[in-house]
Design a protein around this ligand. Structure first.
Ligand code: ZN
Length: 202
């Protein structure tokens, strides 16, 4: 399995946006829709040998933008690559450091994901509305809203990574559709509420 891009804590961010929402790393909350190997359809969560982190440089070469939110099993990576994987092909937190001199090894960003180009204003509106409605019953942590979107909401788009929803929540806060009612240690642990919902402090 290949981790599908930046995790929630890496917060993809818009093009040219240097600010990171928060620091630290954690594994991405898996989206049910994109755990299957892009090439053979195998469930990449079922086999430990399919759990690995390719260098971002290699992932960018092997996988076109519109497929990058997905997963590849190890055998299919090697098939695309035309040779067995070697130790230098694997990434780690260290090789994905932002100070890495190779720009192709930089952390995956929003621009790396073609799936985001396919979103229509209607899809975005449905996503925003679903998150606001989820919060209409009361404040929740941002991580809970993202989890709800990934696991339950019919407005979610299969393959969209968790940080995409994080970004939308950030925009809804800026637009005063959502309000932060309690700050967590990191932004993703902030408790947010619908601006016109209960407990929003208005
Ligand atoms: Zn495969």
């Amino acid at each position: 399995m290949r981790r599908d891009g930046p995790s929630m804590t890496e917060a993809g961010g818009a093009a040219g946006q240097n600010e990171r929402v928060s620091s630290g790393r954690s594994d991405t909350v898996m989206n049910r829709g994109n755990r299957l190997c892009l090439d053979c359809g195998k469930n990449t969560l079922e086999n430990n040998e399919d759990y690995y982190f390719l260098r971002n440089r290699l992932w960018r070469i092997l996988v076109p933008r519109e497929e990058r939110h997905g997963m590849l099993c190890r055998a299919c990576v090697e098939h695309r690559l035309g040779r067995p994987l070697a130790s230098q092909d694997f990434g780690s937190a260290a090789t994905e450091d932002e100070s890495d001199p190779d720009p192709e090894d930089q952390p995956m960003k929003r621009d790396d994901y073609g799936i985001i180009d396919l979103l229509t204003p209607e899809m975005l509106h449905a996503i925003d509305t679903a998150m606001i409605e989820f919060l209409s019953s009361g404040p929740r942590k941002i991580t809970a809203v993202v989890r709800y979107m990934l696991e339950e909401s019919s407005a979610a788009i299969a393959g969209l990574p968790d940080w995409f929803y994080m970004d939308r929540i950030g925009e809804l806060i800026e637009d005063c559709e959502l309000v932060v009612v309690a700050e967590g240690e990191e932004q993703r642990f902030h408790v947010v509420a619908a601006a016109d919902g209960p407990s929003a402090g208005r």
